[in-house]
Design a protein around this ligand. Structure first.
Ligand SMILES: Nc1ncnc2c1ncn2[C@@H]1O[C@H](COP(=O)(O)OP(=O)(O)OP(=O)(O)O)[C@@H](O)[C@H]1O
Ligand SMILES: [Mg+2]
Length: 329
């Protein structure tokens, strides 16, 4: 079983769209897939038109103070053939506070997955746009991470911070995660997108998927219909792009396990990229669509980003230097 977190603290960069459509494409290829909606915004649950039981969902699996033990098997809802979801609702946001003083808070999801009776080929975890207990739990449970980048520097900053967190986890627990960036909302008509793609490929090499998710309005429309793109319009560009991604993910099994020290290398690369790149001049000819600004989710105020990670990791020292920064959303 492969467990893949789809994560980036940058909001609105295509995490949920990727989690839903990658899961759907893997299921179409005959893989048994569980999508865990690990975001209190519940966009994966809503995007698949799934009714979330307010008394039994992923919150009850993860929350520390439950009167009866709730396992993942108890909350799983079928989406379609080979494709199940563990839905979430807004109550999941309480977990950030509820786990704060609980022993073993960083591996609640890992333990829940270890207790899972149903078997899957893939578990895909849709993470919230934040760095906190939820994201930490998702990474601790995963051996791979897909980091969507929507061609913005904020997304690249998100990569740097997320991979720093992976390094922290590795130092604290010995658990390694193989990260790979995924370019999303790519608009081939703009010179800006072309430039960024070229630079990202040059810098990240095999740590970025060959598959690129192009900007496709159908991917927006599908959310209103509560369907994966392939069930809404199987000829859409978005479906073709996610098919290519699913093929690469399936074929990447060996590459993913062979890649070593991935997180540290990606973190270094992202920081080098941010430190050394000249801004890309905008051309008048650029007329591509703006990416939608997404309402950010309110996270508990943290006095220091580094201190928060340190507390979550149970004392491991964070490796980055800009410890005064707050997470983006
Ligand atoms: N390739 C694409 N082309 C066009 N629109 C897209 C594409 N990918 C995602 N979108 C749209 O962009 C918005 C943000 O996408 P999505 O919800 O997947 O991002 P996210 O990273 O999960 O956001 P959050 O950080 O809030 O969880 C949504 O309206 C979605 O439909
Ligand atoms: Mg999302």
């Amino acid at each position: 079983m492969r467990i893949i977190a789809v994560a980036n603290q940058k909001g609105g960069c295509g995490k949920t769209t990727t989690a839903i459509n990658l899961s759907s494409c893997l299921a179409l290829r005959g893989q048994k897939v569980l999508l865990i909606d690990f975001d209190p915004q519940s966009h994966a649950t809503m995007g698949l038109n799934i009714e979330c039981d307010p008394g039994k969902n992923i919150y009850h699996v993860i929350a520390p103070m439950q009167t009866e033990a709730v396992g993942l098997d108890d909350v799983i809802v079928p989406v379609k053939d080979n494709f199940d979801i563990a839905p979430s609702d807004t109550r999941l946001c309480a977990v950030e506070q509820e786990l704060a003083f609980v022993d073993g808070r960083e591996k609640r999801l890992l333990e829940a997955i270890e207790r899972l009776k149903k078997s899957y080929d893939f578990i895909i975890i849709d993470c919230p746009p934040s760095i906190g207990h939820l994201c930490f739990n998702a990474l601790r449970a995963s051996s791979e991470a897909i980091i969507p980048i929507d061609m913005s520097l904020f997304s690249l900053r998100g990569i740097a911070k997320l991979t720093d967190m992976m390094v922290t986890i590795e130092n604290a627990t010995g658990h390694t995660i193989t990260p790979r960036a995924l370019v999303t909302m790519f608009d081939a008509r703009t010179r800006y997108s072309q430039e960024v793609l070229g630079r990202v490929r040059e810098k990240f090499e095999d740590k970025v998927f060959n598959a690129v998710i192009r900007y496709n309005i159908r991917l927006r429309e599908t959310v209103d219909h509560g369907l994966p793109i392939g069930d809404y319009d199987k000829h859409a560009i978005g479906q073709k792009d996610y098919e290519a991604l699913s093929e690469e993910v399936m074929g990447g099994k060996t590459a993913a396990t062979e890649a070593s020290a991935g997180a540290e290398e990606v973190s270094r690369t992202a920081r080098e990229y941010l430190d050394t790149q000249e801004p890309i001049p905008m051309s008048d000819a650029d007329s591509g669509p703006d990416t939608e600004s997404v309402e950010s989710f309110p996270y508990p105020a943290q006095s220091s980003y580094a201190a928060m990670i340190k507390a979550i990791a149970g004392g491991a020292s964070p490796k980055w230097s800009d410890d005064s920064e707050e997470p983006d959303s």
